[in-house]
Design a protein around this ligand. Structure first.
Ligand code: SAM
Length: 196
């Protein structure tokens, strides 16, 4: 489902992949926040104002909350997609169409028997590579050391990516980052650039 803040744009009128420049009525680069939750990244726009921001979130409750906030701020460079990130990214985004992704505090699924539900896998990282423009970047943060090791392993084993250490000091980008920083939890952060 593609949401234009409050209003659903019927998929029936849009043949995938979506022409986001038509939806935003400009050709700014796309930043996609995966698992956008309550939408702070989309509201704060820490990656710059001259970008189009898309949040993908599978919980409708958070989509509605973020949508209300975006509407109240009158932000017209933000859209929300409701559903599973992998299922939506595959058809809706053209190859090499995304300038950057943020993947902030993906659910770690602590119990071993639940870990198969984790979003970040080798297959998902390969999908990100196909959707990124050359030199496009994926920024990752998590408080979970084991999942961080799994995630970095997936990126390190995907030849399209090179490690791209972040130049800027950490920003309090998201709701979970603020929450975990207050709790003084360690935060593991990395970034990767698509090289070819
Ligand atoms: C721990 S929260 C982090 C939210 C936000 N990124 C932050 O840092 O505050 C993880 C979010 O990812 C969403 N999520 C988990 N799996 C997802 C998936 N497969 N597709 C889209 N969203 C997903 C969850 O519903 C939840 O809102």
């Amino acid at each position: 489902m593609l949401l234009d803040n409050y209003n659903s744009i019927a998929n029936s009128t849009t043949t995938p992949p979506v022409d986001f420049s038509r939806i935003f009525a400009n050709s700014y680069p796309l930043h996609v926040d995966i698992g956008s939750g309550k939408g702070l990244v989309l509201l704060q726009q820490p990656f710059g104002p001259h970008l189009n921001y898309i949040g993908i979130e599978r919980r409708l409750k958070y989509i509605k909350l973020a949508s209300d906030r975006i509407e109240r701020r009158g932000l017209n460079n933000v859209r929300l997609l409701h559903g599973d990130a992998e299922q939506l990214l595959s058809p809706l985004f053209a190859a090499q169409s995304v300038a950057s992704f943020s993947l902030l505090f993906p659910d770690p699924w602590h119990k071993r028997r639940h870990q198969k539900r984790r979003l970040v896998t080798a297959r998902f990282v390969e999908l990100l590579a196909t959707k990124l423009k050359p030199n496009g970047v994926v920024m990752v943060a998590t408080d979970h050391a084991d999942y961080f090791a799994v995630i970095t392993n997936c990126f390190n084993n995907q030849e399209a990516f090179v490690f791209a250490p972040q130049q800027k000091p950490p920003l309090q980008l998201s709701h979970f980052e603020i929450k975990y920083s207050k709790q003084k939890r360690p935060i593991y952060r990395t970034a990767y650039r698509r090289v070819h």
